[in-house]
Design a protein. Structure first.
Length: 203
């Protein structure tokens, strides 16, 4: 598993991930730098896991074929119905998602997001806790904007490729600085037709 993911893993918690973020910001201040961060939330994360994409990732991870077949049988061909009063709808096929509340669900979700792009420089950090993503860049205001936009462009392509949506209502962009004035909000994600955009809120 990638080292940035702290969700659904032994001896890792939200508190530890928050501590990691806080210490990074404090160390930046100590070096005279600033930090920009974009916080993103995957929309309906467990329910929207692309099943065929997950099976493909299991294959690329060289999971034994018997286990992949078992998981495929577990995930594919599931049905649901809707009850309104005493009336039931006809069966419909569930085409995406992993089972919430199951022991294997969180593991499968972590596998699905495990190939999220890694930052290409040491100034940019990625912090995940389950379906919550924080992208941080430390440095001067100019390099922060460049690094964040470079990574968010890369991330946007990954989101499109694996059919992942971002809940824009739960996203925030925050700039940590000791200066009175803030830089212009330039961060964005170019998303597909369903709309994946980063907000331009700086504090």
């Amino acid at each position: 598993m990638i080292p940035y993911q702290f969700g659904f893993r032994k001896q890792l918690s939200t508190a530890q991930q928050l501590l990691r973020i806080t210490e990074s910001i404090r160390e930046g201040f100590g070096s005279g730098w600033e930090t920009g961060a974009v916080f993103l939330d995957m929309a309906q994360a467990f329910n929207r896991v692309w099943t065929d994409g997950l099976i493909y990732k299991l294959i690329t991870m060289r999971i034994p074929g018997s286990i992949i077949m078992l998981i495929a049988t577990y995930l594919q061909g599931r049905l649901f119905t809707v009850r309104v009063g005493s009336n039931l709808s006809s069966d419909r096929v569930i085409r995406a998602g992993v089972v919430q509340g199951s022991k294997v669900g969180p593991i499968l979700f972590n596998i699905f997001v495990n190939n999220i792009p890694s930052p290409r420089n040491c100034q940019t950090q990625l912090c995940l806790f389950a379906d919550d993503i924080a992208v941080m860049s430390t440095g001067t205001s100019q390099t922060i904007m460049e690094d964040l936009n470079t990574y968010l462009t890369q991330l946007g392509k990954w989101l499109i490729q694996w059919k992942i949506k971002v809940n824009t209502d739960k996203c925030q962009a925050v700039y940590f600085t000791r200066r009175r004035s803030n830089p212009n909000p330039l961060c964005s994600i170019d998303g597909p037709s369903h709309g994946v955009t980063a907000p331009s809120i700086w504090e």
